[in-house]
Design a protein. Structure first.
Length: 135
C-alpha cells in the first residue's frame, strides 16, 4: 500500500532565501507524523526554534499531496519568470525525502508555482511565520 509507505516516510524541508539573507531567513521542516520545526531569525544569524504539529486533517491532506506529486516531472520543469531575489524579494528551496528518494527544488529553477504540494507548503510557511514570527 503506497499510502502506508508514504505515511511512514516523508520529510519536507522548506528554506527561504533572497532578500532576508542579511538578517537570516526562516525555514521549516515537516515530518510525516505531522510534527514540524520552524526556525525564525531573531537577530543577525540567531534563530528561535519552534516545534508543534499540524492537525490530523492537515496531515492527511499533506500525505495526499505528497502521494499525488510526480516529482520527476516537476524536476524537469523550468521556471521562466524573473526570480524575485533579483529585486530583493524571496524565493524558496524545497528538499524533499519520500521513502529513500530525495528531491531538491527551487522556486527560481523549477516551475512549481502551480503545483499543489508546493503551493500548500508556501501557504504553511506564511502561517508559521504569522504564528511564530520572523525578522
Amino acid at each position: 500500500n503506497v499510502e502506508e509507505n508514504i505515511q511512514n516516510g516523508y520529510e519536507l524541508l522548506v528554506t527561504v532565501y533572497g532578500g532576508c539573507e542579511r538578517i537570516g531567513c526562516p525555514s521549516f521542516r515537516l515530518l510525516d507524523d505531522g510534527s514540524y520545526q520552524y526556525l525564525a531569525p531573531t537577530q543577525v544569524r540567531e534563530y528561535a526554534r519552534y516545534e508543534d504539529a499540524i492537525s490530523e486533517k492537515q496531515r492527511d491532506s499533506m500525505i495526499g499531496l505528497v502521494e499525488s506529486t510526480d516529482f520527476e516531472t516537476v524536476g524537469e520543469s523550468v521556471w521562466e519568470g524573473a526570480c524575485p531575489i533579483q529585486y530583493d524579494g524571496i524565493a524558496y528551496r524545497f528538499d524533499i525525502r519520500v521513502e529513500g528518494d530525495r528531491y531538491s527544488f527551487d522556486s527560481c529553477v523549477e516551475d512549481i508555482e502551480n503545483e499543489p504540494l508546493f503551493v500548500e507548503l508556501v501557504k504553511y510557511f506564511g502561517i508559521m511565520e504569522a504564528i511564530h514570527g520572523s525578522s
